[in-house]
Design a protein around this ligand. Structure first.
Ligand code: PEP
Ligand code: MN
Length: 463
């Protein structure tokens, strides 16, 4: 801490400042300059003299260290890994997906959702039992019965569960049912609750208050840490700004910023962060790219009929597609390491356990039946590639015959082709999926035609 004296401060003022500092067991280093004097304060707890600014002749008191100690990277250089029911969160190269409904609505919907999110690679199940809703007239959660359903879902799927604790008196009850205690955004400043979860043996997911600065958020974490619980995961979930187009403004810059200041794992909740289903996937991917350790995503079997947060909940198919995208991103993030370690992983994490009938543990070879089927797929892919080349070569011939003077792009015929493709054949692919595939084929053919035309029109050589 540095105490800056005003230019008019007297020697007696400086002496009084020094005496106050030393009386608190701290050291004072006085440096007399041309215009003013500054006093450096050194010691383990400089906060004890935080009021020194009110002494006569003091102009400014400047903090040079962070007010949070236990959460700070300065005091703990190694990144913390928090283990949630056996799932480590905060490992450098893994992203853990935490998914499930906003609130537990019934046993069936919870079990269906749990089975689905596990199938898609989620490693932790979420589900609200006690809901802190803005209106007292909306669904408040099923309470204790929901906790029992969560415990059943955990027993069946093996997924550890997270649920929000809204009251210090409920910590003991929650501990019996959940693996991770969530402190919600509205409760980030509830210091009684923070201390109560700080005394728990369960890890804590601490959401950012929607009006809290990063420093206030880290100070809230400090409450939990200083009460004895060192397992805290921070969760960015959007803050309130002047923007009304989204439910909150998801502050993704908080992720790399936090990594600079704290060793605690960082999660991002793109569901509450945006409030809109369409924005969840892009922001989840952006969070992963920014360095998040975990994602918290709301998933519902029937979002339009959800009892809470339907507009921001992903359907099962949407969640599956998000997980595919995350795996692609993760693959790029980890480079070839991911491939070497887990060629068959179904989880986002490169070496997460896999499930289902064709599951293969990391590094092990796939069973014979799976290998045989995959061999057939590989053959088919090669034939498809050959056919695609053949098709593109014909497209070039068409262009040749038609003459290379004009682009010859016939949008009407393209449309026809797409419509035909959508109707072609029957099988597991939906018409829109066939349309998307043929769209890509047409674009690639056009790209080949363009390269040929370039040679003709611009006199360039073909590469
Ligand atoms: C939740 O995750 O269920 C929730 C209520 O989120 P937040 O506290 O971030 O609003
Ligand atoms: Mn919600």
């Amino acid at each position: 801490m540095i105490v800056v004296m005003s230019p008019s401060a007297t020697k007696a003022n400086v002496a009084a400042v020094r005496r106050t500092i030393e009386a608190h067991g701290l050291e004072a280093f006085v440096s007399v300059g041309q215009e003013r004097t500054v006093v450096g304060v050194v010691g383990t707890d400089v906060d004890t003299v935080a009021n020194i600014g009110s002494l006569e002749g003091v102009e400014q008191v400047i903090r040079v260290t962070q007010p949070y100690k236990l959460a700070s990277l300065e005091h703990h250089r190694e990144r913390t890994r928090v283990v949630v029911g056996g799932v480590p969160i905060g490992q450098e190269d893994e992203l853990v997906a935490i998914a499930g409904p906003c609130s537990v609505e019934s046993r069936e919907m919870l079990l269906d959702t749990a089975r689905w999110v596990r199938h898609e690679g989620a490693r932790v199940l979420r589900g609200g039992a006690f809901k802190p809703r803005t209106s007292p007239y909306t669904f408040q959660g099923l309470g204790r019965p929901a906790l029992e359903m969560l415990a059943e879902a955990r027993a069946e799927t093996g997924l550890p569960v997270v649920s929000e604790v809204t009251d210090a008196a409920e910590v003991e009850l929650m501990e019996r049912f959940v693996d991770l205690l969530q402190v919600g955004s509205r409760n980030m400043h509830n210091f009684v609750l923070l201390r109560a979860v700080g005394r728990s043996s369960r890890p804590v997911l601490l959401k950012r208050g929607f009006g809290a600065t990063i420093e206030e958020w880290l100070m809230a974490a400090e409450y939990v840490l200083s009460s004895g619980n060192s397992n805290v995961i921070l969760c960015e979930r959007g803050i309130r700004t002047f923007e009304t187009a989204t439910r909150n403004t998801l502050d993704l810059s908080a992720v790399p910023l936090l990594r600079r200041h704290t060793h605690l794992p960082i999660a991002v909740d793109p569901s509450h962060g945006t409030g809109q289903r369409d924005l969840v996937t892009p922001m989840a991917l952006a969070a992963a790219a920014a360095g998040a350790d975990a994602l918290l995503v709301e998933v519902h079997p029937d979002p339009p009929n959800a009892r809470s947060d339907g507009p921001q909940s992903l359907s099962f198919a949407e969640f599956g597609a998000l997980m595919d995208e995350l795996r692609r991103l993760q693959f790029v993030r980890n480079g070839m390491r991911a491939r070497e370690r887990a060629p068959d992983s179904t989880a986002v994490a490169a070496d997460a356990p896999t499930t289902g009938p064709d599951s293969t543990a990391p590094g092990r070879r796939a069973p014979t039946a799976v290998r045989a089927l995959r061999g057939r797929i590989d053959d088919l892919d090669q034939r498809i590639a050959t056919l695609l080349q053949e098709r593109a070569a014909i497209a070039l011939e068409v262009q040749e015959v038609r003459g290379l003077e004009r682009h010859g792009h016939d949008v009407a015929r393209e449309r026809e082709l797409l419509e035909q493709a959508a109707r072609a054949g029957s099988g597991p692919l939906e018409p829109e999926e066939l349309t998307a595939i043929f769209g890509a084929i047409l674009r690639a053919s056009r790209a080949a035609q363009r390269r040929r035309a370039e040679v003709h029109v611009l006199g360039r050589r073909e590469p």
